[in-house]
Design a protein around this ligand. Structure first.
Ligand code: DGY
Length: 443
């Protein structure tokens, strides 16, 4: 067991990790496993970097927004450096008609957390940086607004107030149990030739299964055949899921975007209308029996029972009533659900321990992720549940200090899993340190 780092050492180590993954114009999420720019990784990297090197953080966001499509969509992967051993490679997506010249991209999007990161960077900026962040908000506002509009139209064309994702990758939590029944119904019979590259640098037991991948690839194949036309995808998608996680991220980001609009003197009516509609519709995702929010399977016309971390996202999105927040806290404290059962255990497992699909080391099937600890801590604080928030921050910081910056950690004993040298775990360590200091001062 390695010794834990001190505050200063942890800050230096996090910055060194981000430098090590920096190719100049973007930071790879992980040197070998993820050698391109990913959407929500870039936003979180910018947030952490922005506290120490604002100019570099702004460059990260500019690189991300360079990938925006004409219809406003900001893709989930940007292949700035062309092909690598990562699969799918750029050609697989067949997005040439849509992506900006010279910058191949995927055809899907990812959790729109960027507006929340930009708003926070402006709010936290020292006086000397305020004007630069204000100018940057003005520079990026049209692209971020267009992207939110894309979510609210392409992924909610019927104006239900909740968007639906058409691929688990759009949730950022690819193989989470809540998607399993919706994926199980797919019959990926003619899956195109696809060699998995994701188990070259990471153990197979920590990656999604072959069954999951066959379906991930099958869905891409269907959508590329539809020319990535959002209307056709909405009509034809065999996987269409209203995800409490994605909707909570979008709702919070809409709120932060509205704040940015106000700072810039821009109208907010359109954004406020999205927010009202989501506030009205989101309660339908609550299940009294389960004591949490659940995804909804549009194709089956039924809820998807397993929810895990996605249920807690309502706290981040400010979408839980006090009673719902209390039910989530009860699960958080329950050893049958999320509370560790032995002293080496850490929170917050991304899946309940009593879920039959819980696997402590497999990707989004159970491991602790620094990003979700950070988001849920923020949500518990907003609900006045400061002890729960402090537990999550302490556990996240203890993990990165003791083990370094990894993709995820086993909730039963804290041992690392997934990609090593993971950028957002480093970036969010910088953010969490700052928040933990502020919370200590307030106490
Ligand atoms: C991966 O390759 O695992 C990514 O999560 C897809 O975006």
């Amino acid at each position: 067991m390695t010794a834990a780092l001190t505050d200063d050492e942890a800050t230096r180590a996090a910055l060194a990790q981000l430098r090590a993954n920096d190719v100049g114009t973007f930071v790879k999420p992980a040197e070998r496993q993820y050698p391109h720019q990913w959407n929500w990784d870039a936003a979180l990297v910018a947030l952490g970097l922005g506290l120490h090197d604002p100019e570099r953080a702004r460059l990260e966001v500019r690189s991300l927004l360079r990938g925006a499509w004409r219809n406003g969509m900001v893709p989930h992967i940007l292949y700035h450096l062309g092909a690598s051993d990562y699969r799918p490679d750029p050609a697989f997506w067949r997005t040439a008609e849509h992506h900006p010249a010279g910058l191949p991209t995927s055809g899907l999007s990812q959790p729109p957390i960027l507006a929340s990161c930009l708003h926070r960077l402006h709010a936290l900026a020292p006086e000397t940086e305020r004007a630069a962040w204000h100018d940057f908000l003005a520079e990026t506002y049209p692209a971020v607004l267009a992207w939110h509009r894309w979510w609210h139209t392409a992924r909610d064309p019927e104006g239900r107030g909740l968007v639906a994702i058409v691929h688990p990758w759009e949730s950022g939590t690819d193989d989470a149990p809540r998607f399993v029944p919706a994926l199980a119904r797919l019959r990926p019979t003619a899956v195109p030739e696809f060699v998995r590259g994701d188990r070259t640098h990471v153990a197979a037991a920590e990656r999604p299964s072959d069954d999951d991948y066959a379906r991930f690839v099958h869905l891409i194949d269907l959508y590329r055949a539809l020319g990535w036309d959002p209307d056709a995808i909405w009509r034809e998608a065999p996987f269409r899921v209203v995800d409490p996680f994605l909707n909570a991220v979008l709702h919070r980001a809409d709120g932060d975007l509205a704040e940015v609009a106000r700072l810039l003197g821009e109208p907010t009516d359109e954004i406020e209308a999205w927010r009202d509609a989501t506030r009205r519709a989101y309660p339908q995702l609550w299940s009294d029996a389960a004591g949490t929010f659940q995804a909804w399977d549009d194709r089956a016309g039924a809820p998807l029972p397993s929810s895990g971390i996605a249920g807690f996202a309502a706290l981040w999105g400010r979408l839980a009533t006090p009673e719902q927040a209390e039910a989530l806290r009860a699960a958080f404290a329950d050893p049958a659900a999320y509370a560790p059962v032995d002293p080496a255990g850490v929170r917050l497992a991304t899946v309940r321990r009593d879920d039959p699909l819980f696997m402590p080391r497999r990707y989004w099937r159970g491991p602790v992720w620094i990003v979700t600890n950070w988001m849920v801590a923020d949500g518990f604080d907003a609900a006045g549940m400061h002890d729960a928030a402090a537990t999550l921050r302490d556990d996240a910081l203890a993990l990165t200090r003791r083990h370094g910056f990894h993709e995820h950690y086993d909730p039963t004993d804290g041992t690392p899993g997934g990609a090593r040298g993971f950028s957002w775990s480093a970036a969010l360590t910088l953010v969490l340190e700052r928040e933990a200091r502020a919370a200590r001062l307030e106490a």
